[in-house]
Design a protein around this ligand. Structure first.
Ligand SMILES: [Zn+2]
Ligand SMILES: [Zn+2]
Length: 115
């Protein structure tokens, strides 16, 4: 793991034990809010509303409105969604939870590993 994650840090939720690699603001760290616990029992549009107010999820790529409509009726935590990488513009698949846990575009990840 030679990834440069200087802007993010590892944080483990004391409640659900999931580990997140996300940039947290100071106040969020103190509140110990976890995107998994915070969105428990919520449908996708409710979860999005919560996550957008937190710094966990800064952007949703692709057709967000269609994604919300679809993910409202499926298990959005498990559902694999296609994301568009803002850097290389390649599409890649990941669930929203995987994204929140630090999964990003594998093309850019592979490139930085080859350097
Ligand atoms: Zn949690
Ligand atoms: Zn990329």
């Amino acid at each position: 793991m030679a990834q440069d994650l200087s802007s993010t840090e590892k944080w483990q939720c004391p409640t659900c034990q999931l580990i997140w690699m996300v940039a947290l603001t100071f106040s969020e760290k103190n509140q110990r809010c976890c995107p998994y616990c915070k969105t428990e029992g919520k449908n996708f549009s409710q979860a999005l509303h919560i996550l957008r107010k937190m710094s966990w999820l800064r952007e949703i790529y692709g057709d967000a409105r269609r994604a919300v409509a679809l993910l409202d009726v499926v298990d959005w935590r498990e559902q694999i969604v296609v994301w568009l990488c803002p850097r290389c513009r390649q599409a890649y698949a990941a669930s929203l939870l995987q994204r929140l846990q630090g999964k990003s575009c594998q093309f850019c990840q592979n490139q930085s590993q080859q350097d």
